[in-house]
Design a protein around this ligand. Structure first.
Ligand SMILES: [Zn+2]
Length: 204
């Protein structure tokens, strides 16, 4: 047994400046740090590096922090999660963020963040590991109009799916273009955001 083992951390932010600063900060505290620019990249990074703690921005294109953290909690419940954002949506409370801690950009101190992350890392695993269940998770990206995205549990790759198709039938068999794993996706699995953001997701 080594005298101590290094904790692994993943930092997710589409803005490279705060991401690099956090990576530098935690490397200086002897953490192994992996970086990702968005949620889609983050899932692949999490699969490889299996960090003890994840720090994620909330406002990111394609898969935002809300969606990323929702998937992380389902698939990697053992991981500690810290959400950092300068602009928590006004219509969403922190309770909507599936995180163990939330920090607002510019209004926390570095020692507070270091203490929080160290505390989560020490408590790893925070929850029991996920049972191998549903292979795919779906979420709606609003970047270019509502687009349904699917994350593959087997290879942790994400891919877009025709949104219109999912609404016209109850259950679809979907195949991952990366690893060819198949799973079913049904209309009632759509995240609640679909109902909130797209009137098209509901019959009027
Ligand atoms: Zn796959």
């Amino acid at each position: 047994m080594p005298l101590y083992s290094r904790y692994r951390l993943a930092v997710v932010d589409d803005d490279p400046t705060p991401r690099k600063i956090l990576a530098f900060l935690f490397k200086g505290q002897n953490y192994e740090v992996a970086e990702a620019e968005n949620g889609i990249q983050a899932l692949a990074v999490l699969g490889k590096s299996r960090p003890h703690v994840l720090i994620s921005d909330i406002q990111m294109p394609q898969m935002n922090g809300y969606e990323l953290l929702r998937i992380v909690r389902k698939w990697f419940p053992e991981m500690g999660v810290v959400a950092i954002s300068g602009t928590f949506d006004l219509d969403r409370s922190h309770a909507d963020v599936t995180a163990d801690a939330c920090f607002s950009k510019g209004s926390y101190t570095v020692p507070d963040l270091l203490r929080c992350v160290a505390g989560l890392a020490k408590r790893y695993p925070l929850r029991s590991p996920a049972r191998q269940g549903k292979m795919f998770l779906v979420w709606i990206s609003q970047d270019y109009g509502p687009v349904l995205w699917i994350a593959c549990r087997t290879c942790l790759q994400c891919f877009p799916f025709r949104y219109a198709a999912i609404r016209t039938a109850d259950v679809h068999i979907v195949q991952c273009p990366s690893c060819f794993a198949k799973s079913t996706v049904s209309a009632d699995e759509l995240p609640s955001e679909a109902a909130r953001t797209g009137s098209g997701a509901k019959e009027n």
